[in-house]
Design a protein around this ligand. Structure first.
Ligand code: SF4
Ligand code: SF4
Length: 323
């Protein structure tokens, strides 16, 4: 299976390709066969006890600290004029290097219909950086809206569990449709419409320059996610996610799956922002014993944290077993 082709297909809203059973490696089939009758509740409880999962999990804790530190660095640089990290999340300068969010740069160039040199330099720097760091790593390790939305998700899940509300899902292709709509709006109106409503930019600017009225819009989005649809903005709307997912197809930083010890109980899919990338953990759905999770993955590490059998792990392609 071609990783880039399969990842892009999933990013644009298609279902993960199910394996052709006749082409699955014999060793993988033997693993599935060998599990027959062994994946009992008692066996799962035993491995879960060994796993010692906690609320503040290892990767989640590291990620939250990183995300908060990056955003605080913007604030501190602005407040004390240290010129270390200038600007906001969408366009910045770090120790003199221009950084421009890839999607924001595209919106600006479509709106103004010419190529801005600083933006080209900034997008090249950002492209290389996120290529090395994992693409959608931007979402879960840096985007300030991700953290707010992640906290809102806990409330949403609690309300669903108490049967006070129901979660509503949309087709994943909705995000691709929004991507085209936002690009066309910039091109036709001459305004960077998406930038005006993007919670990533709004929250980032609010942290640095102080709160403004635009935060009301972010509040509305969060209420929608708490009471109606889990992580709706990131799952069905935000074009930044698509852009960085495309970058992630080429990235060496990935989450990888090993089918051998997996209990197929689905704990990973329950915590994942993009659970379609973890369809390979469903019994019989992997293409190989070891398979990389698709590039729509935000490398958040939630699945790595909760997997009771350590079947999901980070890897750096070419430097396997480094992490
Ligand atoms: S999808 Fe958009 S809002 Fe969500 S985490 Fe990624 S950049 Fe932030
Ligand atoms: S597959 Fe794992 S690391 Fe990737 S987004 Fe889902 S939970 Fe996070």
């Amino acid at each position: 299976m071609n990783y880039i082709k399969e990842s892009l297909s999933q990013v644009f809203g298609n279902k993960p390709t199910r394996p052709d059973k006749s082409k699955q490696p014999a060793a993988l089939k033997a693993i599935y066969e060998g599990k027959k009758g062994k994946l009992t509740k008692a066996a799962l409880q035993a491995v879960e006890l060994e796993h010692h999962g906690t609320f503040f999990r290892k990767w989640q804790r590291r990620r939250w600290i990183t995300l908060i530190l990056v955003n605080v660095l913007f604030l501190v640089s602005y407040k004390f004029d240290v010129q270390l990290l200038e600007g906001a999340m969408t366009a910045s300068r770090f120790v003199g290097f221009h950084f421009a969010d890839l999607n924001s740069a595209l919106q600006v160039m479509l709106a103004y219909k010419h190529v801005v040199l600083n933006l080209v330099i900034g997008t090249t720097t950002v492209f290389i950086m996120w290529l090395l760091l994992g693409g959608r790593t931007f979402c879960s390790w840096v985007c300030p809206y991700h953290l707010l939305s992640e906290l809102a998700e806990y409330l949403h899940l609690w309300l669903v569990e108490k049967k006070i509300i129901k979660n509503h899902t949309f087709h994943r292709k909705t995000r691709s449709v929004f991507y085209v709509i936002f690009a066309l709006m910039a091109l036709l109106s001459g305004y960077t419409v998406f930038e005006t409503i993007s919670p990533t930019g709004i929250v980032s600017r609010a942290i640095i320059y102080g709160p403004g009225l635009a935060l009301i819009w972010v509040g509305i989005l969060l209420l929608f996610e708490v009471f109606y649809s889990r992580r709706a903005w990131c799952r069905y709307v935000c074009p930044i996610g698509i852009t960085y997912a495309a970058v992630g197809t080429l990235s060496p930083v990935r989450v990888t799956y090993n089918a051998e010890a997996c209990h197929h109980e689905g704990d990973c899919r329950k915590v994942c922002l993009v659970p379609h990338v973890l369809d390979l953990t469903i019994r019989g759905a992997a293409h190989d014993i070891n398979q990389d999770v698709g590039a729509d993955c935000t490398r958040c590490g939630m699945c790595v944290d909760v997997c009771p059998t350590d079947s999901l792990n980070y890897k750096i392609k070419g430097l396997d077993n480094f992490l």
